[in-house]
Design a protein around this ligand. Sequence first.
Ligand code: FES
Ligand SMILES: [Fe+2]
Length: 385
Amino acid sequence: MSQQRLSRAELLQKLTETSQGTPMGRLLRTFWHPVSTADAVKPGKARPIRIMGEDLTLYRGESGKPYLVSGWCAHRLTRLHTGWVEGEEVRCIYHGWKYDGTGQCTQMPAEKPGLEKTVKITAYPVREYGGFVFAYLGEGNVPEFSLPRKEVIEKPDRMIFAREQKWPCNWLQKVENSLDAVHVSFVHQKGKIGPFGQAVTAALPDLEYVETDAGIRQIATRGPGNVRVSDWTFPNNNHIIVPSAFKEDTWLDLIIWMVPNDDHHTTRFQLYSVPNMDEGRNQRIAEHFRKYSSYNPTEHHDELFNDIYPEEPLFELTNAQDYVAAIGQGAIANRADERLGASDSGVALLRRLMIREMEAVNAGTSRKHWQPLKHAEELPIQGAA
Ligand code: FES
Ligand SMILES: [Fe+2]
């Protein structure tokens, strides 16, 4: 892949392609990604997942330990999650071949003993963190699980809520939206103005985007006392602070990973970290999460595109507003036809970093060693509450 030979449109197209062997797919596979909420796979159960175009089986052994192996049995290629878990292994529904968590076949009931040793399916390392199962789908040495760990996820005095939500659009659209502070002044004023839209106001921000050790720091200033800072971690994580569903409550930390399922679908893994308040408020917010946080705008597509917006502000309205803007761009936005302005400087910086890193990985030249920010846990948002 050479930048000289590719047009700008072709290069941007490359950023949207994440399947195995693509330049962006290779780059993304050098990072750990969340692949499932931890709750979505119970001990002794399996679930099918699709990450960057790869069909996989996530299962938990009866001990509760998670494993990630191929989505397909090696024999005659039926889906592995339709079988069942035995101990720490998974057995295929069709003819009973059994695999361990490293992908090694351990039994072929209808074949001569010993043949199983010759068959191994794909398997990837996993790890649980912040209410999610993360996986490393890359080649070679597995990197340390260090980005983007945050103190607000690990502090004992916080309530953590992990959610996942699949949208029918390319991952890059969602990541670009994270570096687009202007959208807040319009998207979150549409349909109904919730606490988020009110707090941030319709005023247009002065923008500053700075490359950091971890990614990009975004500073949007909408007048004195309304400075919104967010900490975006390379390549697909954003950390912001948002108002609670209840006006008098403390703001919440929201940390979102945008993980490609394939080039036309993206799962938003959302982690809400709620500072402890008094017991009554803690219970109230936990109940609110239980009641509303499974909302997925994908299931309300027709209503939303007919201007019918939900009421609940934290999970429904804000997500619905972002959904309409992102899905309105098409499954994969046609960047060849877009017209960027000066206010798109965050999107432009993001693309420059993506292209720089993508080309370095594919050329085998030296690339940036991203590392967590030293003081990332507190995002200053003065006067905006
Ligand atoms: S297809 Fe899985 S055992 Fe035959
Ligand atoms: Fe938004």
